[in-house]
Design a protein. Structure first.
Length: 459
C-alpha cells in the first residue's frame, strides 16, 4: 500500500538522518590546525619586526620614544643581559648614579645604574665616564651596571687640520702635509660630542689649527666618529706696526708663515720661537705663548734697524750736509739706518746738491758734484719767418723765438723752415760771454742773415 507523499517524505528524511555518520571530532581538529597556522604567522611577523630594530644601523638622530614604547624591543634588551655590548655614553645622572648608553649594535638606548660592585678599567670610574666615551659594558638583572670594559672596536686618531662639514655630517682632514690627509668620517647628530678641557663645545667650533683626539667605532659595517677631544685649541699671533720693516718675513719654529690681511696668523696653542726678518732691520726674535682668546702681539715700532756708514766725496770743501732735514758735521762718515734718505748739500755760490741716497750695506759711498751758480749762460734766439724752428745741438727748443739757460760751453744753434735754406751758428758761452742773442732771417730767395750780440758777466 502506498503511503501518502508527505508521510513518505518524513520517513525517508528520518532514514537518511539515521544513516549519516557524525563529524563533530573532525571539525574541532580543523579549528586547532587553523589556529596553529595563524599563530605561526604572527610569531614570524613579530620576530622579523624585532630583528629589524635589533640590527638596523642609521645616521639619523636617536629617538628614545620609539624604544621605550616598544615592548618587543624591551624584551630584546633583556635578552642581552650578561652579554658584552658595544656602546657610546650618551648621558649621565650623577644623582641617580646612572648611565644611559647608546647601543651601537642595535640602535637602542639603555639606562643602567652603577653599584659598588661595578667593575671598571684602571683609571676609569663612574665619575670619569663622559658623553661620547666608547666602551663595552655588561648589565645584569635589575638593569644594574655589572662591568665597563675598553671597546675592542674603538679607534683613535690624534692630529690637526680637521674641518667639519655640517651639510654632509663629515669630519675631514684638510692639511695636505698630514699623514691623515684626505681622510673623512661620518659623525652622528645629537650623539657625537666635542670637549675642550671638560667644556662642551659645538662641532662647528673646531678649527683646522686645533690639535684633536678623534674617537671612532668600526665594526666592519659602520665607521663613525662619536667623540672629539680638543687637546690643544688655537690662538692668534698679531704683528703691530709692520710697515716699519721692509720685505718682512715671519718664521715660526723656523718655518716661514704668511700673514693675513690683518697682519695676523693662527697657531695651535703652545710656545713657539718667532723670528722676524727685514731688509732694513736686524732680526727680531721672540718666544710667543699662544693661548685661545688672547692674541700674542709683537710691536715692530721699536725694532732695531740695520745701519750703514755714508761716506761723502765732493769736488769742493767746507759745505753743509743735511740728511732727512737734520744737519750733520762736515768731513765725517754718517751712520744711518738701512733704507732711502733725502740728502741736501749746501755751499755758497754753488747750486744745492739734492739727492735720494740708499743705505743698503755697511759702507755706502756717495759722490757730490757741486756746480757754480755763475757757470751757466743764456742763449736767446729769434727767427723769421715765424714758422722757422730753432734747434740747439739738434734738440728743438721752439719756433720763431726761444731762450735757453745752459752750462758754459760750446753749442750749435740751427734754424730751419720748409722752403728755406737751413742756417746754423756756433755759440760759445763762457764767463766773459754768458749771454748771447742771435737772430736768424731766412729770406725767400734762399739767402740767410744772422746777427749776434754778446754780453759778458761784467756788463
Amino acid at each position: 500500500m502506498e503511503l501518502p507523499r508527505n508521510i513518505r517524505g518524513e520517513k525517508m528524511a528520518k532514514k537518511a538522518k539515521a544513516g549519516k555518520p557524525k563529524r563533530r571530532g573532525s571539525s574541532v581538529g580543523f579549528v586547532i590546525f587553523l589556529e596553529f597556522i595563524l599563530g605561526l604567522i604572527v610569531g614570524v611577523f613579530a620576530f622579523g619586526y624585532a630583528y629589524r630594530y635589533m640590527s638596523m644601523d642609521t645616521d639619523d638622530a636617536i629617538d628614545e620614544k620609539r624604544f621605550s614604547a616598544n615592548e618587543l624591543l624591551e624584551q630584546a634588551q633583556s635578552n642581552l643581559m650578561g652579554s658584552d655590548i658595544d656602546a657610546v655614553v650618551r648621558s649621565k645622572d650623577d644623582t641617580a648614579n646612572s648611565v644611559t648608553f647608546y647601543n651601537l649594535k642595535n640602535d637602542t638606548a639603555t639606562t643602567v645604574t652603577a653599584t659598588k660592585s661595578t667593575k671598571f678599567p684602571r683609571g676609569v670610574n663612574i665619575n670619569t665616564l663622559q658623553p661620547g666615551d666608547i666602551v663595552t659594558y655588561v648589565f645584569d638583572e635589575g638593569m644594574k651596571l655589572a662591568e665597563v670594559k675598553s671597546c675592542p672596536n674603538e679607534w683613535i686618531i690624534e692630529d690637526k687640520g680637521v674641518a667639519i662639514s655640517t651639510s654632509s655630517k663629515l669630519v675631514k682632514f684638510t692639511d695636505a702635509s698630514s699623514t691623515n690627509a684626505d681622510k673623512s668620517f661620518k659623525y652622528v647628530d645629537g650623539l657625537t660630542s666635542v670637549r675642550y678641557k671638560d667644556e662642551i663645545k659645538e662641532l662647528a667650533s673646531i678649527s683646522p689649527y686645533d690639535y684633536v683626539s678623534i674617537h671612532g667605532y668600526d665594526d666592519g659595517k659602520s665607521n663613525k666618529v662619536y667623540k672629539i677631544d680638543i687637546l690643544k685649541s688655537h690662538g692668534e699671533l698679531h704683528i703691530n706696526n709692520a710697515a716699519h720693516v721692509n720685505d718682512m718675513h715671519v718664521f715660526v719654529s723656523d718655518r716661514m708663515c704668511s700673514l693675513n690681511d690683518n697682519n695676523s696668523l693662527y697657531l695651535t696653542e703652545g710656545v713657539y720661537p718667532v723670528r722676524i726678518t727685514g731688509s732694513n732691520t736686524k732680526d727680531l726674535i721672540k718666544t710667543a705663548n699662544i693661548v685661545p682668546g688672547s692674541p700674542y702681539e709683537i710691536d715692530l715700532s721699536q725694532v732695531v734697524l740695520k745701519q750703514g756708514l755714508i761716506t761723502l766725496k765732493s769736488n769742493v770743501k767746507d759745505y753743509k750736509i743735511f740728511i732727512d732735514g737734520e744737519e750733520y758735521p762736515y768731513g765725517q762718515s754718517i751712520l744711518m739706518p738701512y733704507g732711502m734718505h733725502k740728502l741736501r748739500a749746501v755751499k755758497g755760490e754753488y747750486f744745492d746738491v739734492v739727492s735720494d741716497i740708499y743705505v743698503t750695506g755697511e759702507n755706502n759711498p756717495v759722490e757730490l758734484k757741486f756746480k757754480k751758480i755763475k757757470e751757466v749762460g743764456t742763449i736767446k734766439i729769434k727767427a723769421s719767418p715765424k714758422e722757422a724752428e730753432i734747434f740747439i745741438n739738434d734738440v728743438s727748443v721752439g719756433k720763431e723765438k726761444a731762450e735757453q739757460t745752459l752750462e758754459l760751453g760750446t753749442y750749435i744753434v740751427t734754424c730751419s723752415c720748409d722752403g728755406y735754406k737751413t742756417a746754423a751758428k756756433k755759440v760759445n758761452l763762457s764767463v766773459d760771454k754768458q749771454t748771447v742773442d742771435i737772430e736768424f732771417k731766412l729770406d725767400s730767395d734762399g739767402s740767410v742773415k744772422t746777427e749776434e750780440e754778446s754780453k759778458s758777466s761784467n756788463e
